[in-house]
Design a protein around this ligand. Structure first.
Ligand code: 5AD
Ligand code: SF4
Length: 452
């Protein structure tokens, strides 16, 4: 059997796409390997969101080239594929810069991989067209064993692409226009995952709460409605979704946080900045106060909500005072977790052309202060759960024998001592201690068992 090694960079969408590529290559006779050295096929599933992400790919390709040479010396052939958003954005340029690469395939085209690999026997190929047909229709379904291998928490893509055009972001160019998958396809996939023992679904999309897929009668479903339907699936105990835009948090979705116990009290809702002028320049189409009021409404529906966000510091023209507006918003709202970045100009996006780019030194200083505040909030949130009783979904063996590791409703890793439970069980745990990254707890009640 041939072996394939896939390395994914960036967002959850790429993790999901990497799994779909391995599903498909399994039917072509490839087994997955975790060791690049033994792979006949190396796939780098790339991310283009910030400059550093793309540069990492090129340096990895340098290493892959060495490996390819070494293996060739031993009479073994290695094919190299660049997939994902760098592939989409750079296309042919990758073949020029990275001689080891055989195939460049965009995120909308990976269902063509078997075909492209055949063509690559004769010459190097690039496929970055936006096809009309749904790539998911062409992908084989993973076997039950493959699903089980991937664990009890699974991603499910329900939407792709973005029409928001935030001025800093490449996604509308690399992932294309916003498209929602049909309701029936999503439900079929969810049923199959549940049947293989999956307990938690994280619905993913670049703009997941803008979901507007059609059912078989042609009526359009919102994310709120879809969550209601998915919550009915036996075995599915937890639902999450990411990434959302503040503009698309409608009443039905907010109500789902109140009405559906399966919808976890956790929300990743990027705000990016707390300055109204910067938000406007970013084309986010909301103000800082509108975000604050939105969070109040969501917390009224779900008082236990753990909130997460993305932040960008040093957007072009950002003054000290405007940065302070972001610090104030963080202090006002309170975040349980977060991702924060220095602004990185992306070729082809409007913000890259804006004057008054902020210096690297100022960006670094602002990022350090911002991360300091966010880290204090994260620690405070974690310490606040000590003494509480939380449901934990057990996902894997723990760090030491006799331990298991799982996640709290707030997506915190939790380590527990147990020899009585299995992966997939949801156990009620009293949190006894908060470390810097994990919580520790003891089981107070077995809770709901995974299907045998
Ligand atoms: N520079 C810095 N951060 C960016 N992001 C997107 N584009 C850029 C950029 N050009 C961040 C945003 C987004 C997250 C996925 O990445 O915060 O929400
Ligand atoms: Fe990028 Fe904005 Fe779309 Fe998010 S909403 S993917 S940041 S353009």
């Amino acid at each position: 059997m041939k072996k394939v090694f896939v390395k994914s960079y960036g967002c959850q969408m790429n993790v999901y796409d990497a799994e779909r590529m391995t599903d498909m290559l399994a039917t072509e006779g490839y087994a997955e390997t975790k060791a690049m050295e033994e792979a006949d096929l190396v796939i780098l599933n790339t991310c283009h969101i910030r400059e550093k992400a793309a540069e990492k790919v090129y340096s990895e390709l340098g290493r892959v080239r060495e490996l390819k040479k070494e293996r060739a010396g031993q009479g073994q052939e290695t094919k190299v594929v660049v997939a994902g958003c760098v592939a989409q954005a750079e296309g042919k340029e990758i073949l020029r810069r990275a001689p080891a690469v055989d195939v460049v395939v965009g995120p909308q085209n990976y269902h063509n991989l078997p075909d492209l690999l055949k063509k690559a026997k004769a010459s190097r190929v690039v496929d970055t067209e936006f096809p009309i047909e749904d790539k998911f229709d062409h992908l084989p379904k993973p076997s039950k064993a493959m699903i089980q291998n991937r664990g009890v928490s699974s991603f499910l893509t329900i939407q792709e692409g973005c029409d928001k055009f935030c001025t800093f972001c490449v996604v509308p160019y690399t992932r294309g226009a916003e498209v929602s998958r049909p309701v029936s396809k999503i439900i079929d996939e969810a049923l199959r995952l549940a049947d293989a023992g999956v307990r938690e679904l994280t619905l993913i999309g670049q703009n997941v709460n803008a979901y507007h897929g059609e059912d078989e009668s042609g009526s359009v479903w919102t994310l709120g409605r879809l969550l209601h339907r998915l919550a009915e699936i036996p075995g599915i105990a937890r639902l999450r979704y990411t990434t959302s835009h503040p503009r698309d948090m409608d009443d039905e979705l907010i109500a789902a946080h109140r009405d559906l116990p399966a919808v976890m009290p956790y929300l990743h809702l990027p705000v990016q900045s707390g300055s109204d002028r910067i938000l406007d320049e970013m084309n986010r189409k909301h103000t800082g106060d509108e975000y604050r009021r939105l969070i109040e409404r969501i917390r009224a529906a779900q008082p236990n909500l753990a909130l997460s966000s993305d932040f960008i510091v040093g957007f072009p023209g950002e003054t000290d005072a405007e940065f302070e507006d972001t610090m104030r918003l963080i202090a006002d709202v309170g975040f349980a977790s977060s991702f924060s970045f220095k602004y990185s100009p992306r070729p082809g996006t409007p913000a890259a052309e804006m004057g008054a780019q902020v210096s690297e030194a100022v960006k670094s200083e602002r990022l350090a202060r911002l991360q300091n505040l966010l880290e204090t909030q994260r620690q405070a949130f974690n310490h606040g759960t000590v003494g509480q009783t939380l449901d934990v979904l057990l996902e894997k063996p723990g760090r030491h024998p006799g331990q298991m590791a799982g996640k709290s409703p707030y997506l915190q890793p939790v380590q527990i001592e147990t020899d009585r439970h299995q992966i997939g069980d949801i156990v009620t745990v009293r949190i006894t201690q908060a470390g810097s990254n994990s919580l520790f707890g003891e089981v107070v009640k077995p809770g709901s068992q995974a299907a045998a």
